[in-house]
Design a protein around this ligand. Sequence first.
Ligand code: SF4
Length: 368
Amino acid sequence: MKDFEVGDILPAREAIAMLNEVDLAPPIEIPAIPVEADEANISDAERAWLHKEIKRLKKERNALVLAHNYMPKDVQDAADVIGDSLYLAKVGTESNADVLVEAAVLFMNQILAITKKPHQKVLAPDLGALCSLAATADVEKIRAWKREHPDGVVISYVNTYVEVKAESDYCCASANAAKVLLHVLEHEKGKPILFLPDVYLGYYAAKLVEKQGVSLDLLWLMMGACHVHDAIRPHHVEEQRKLHPGAAAVIHPECGCTSACMRQVSEGGVAEEMMQFRSTQGMVKFAAESKADTIIVATEVGNLYPLSRAVPDKKFVPASREAVCAFMKQNTLRNLYLSLRDMKHEVTVDPELAAKALRPIKRMLDIV
Ligand code: SF4
């Protein structure tokens, strides 16, 4: 097998051929999860007090609290808006609140810092909330690819930092990855495309490229993965399907089981309506429409909470209970309160980079 490093850019065929054979170890250290991220470790009295204070401070500061679906339950309960990266970016961008406190990870906070209005401040409860996938994307490797492909188009997944977005032509989220790619195929005909940094989402993109009758020779992928989703393997889904006969499965396309599960469906091993590939937000629609009573969910376990709130008559089981993002869990009810009380930690972005990153972000927000 060809030698490669995590974050290398390969022709799509080569990347896909190695997909399930390679170790996509995260290039950064994974932090410990704070004890209070587990709601059992906060007393009811403290929880009630923190919720009351957060409510008071939101009003006093004219603040909007946005929380990602993977947040601890307590943080989701304190938020005004809960959603995936695309939804939070849209709502945050449209808001007129003076303060946007976003309990998520840094790449999402940066989007708000780029799109915010001049009077607004963007706060993150904890600056240690990073992302193993975003850490994969190396700007120098992208610049080298662009030098080799001067007419190339770079599509970067939203899970990237501002330096990478500034080198990109388009951004996409998992909710609109297919639409953005179809847009590029239609409007940038015949040009080489680099899709980064998630190789599983890239596989999903490659299937679309093939369906459009476009040669895979034009597609390049970065060998990156989210350590949480990468660890959800085909056997996890199979085990849950055996434990819950009749259950449908909904899979985030960043998962390590994506290619095997997509093959199962395309080869007729599983009926299409019993196994689908959706963004965290898209899973709600799938769950509401599915005829199955039980849904196996392949993504970060935090998403089970908004799913069970949105579709209370269904039972949700995680494909893997181990799928916990320690970066997301750095946000807790306590540091959300401190963030509002002390107006910290303000997230700012270099204005030159922000100006360059704005165009691909706007394209992502426009193509829905
Ligand atoms: S779940 Fe994965 S992609 Fe999402 S923030 Fe955590 S490490 Fe990044």
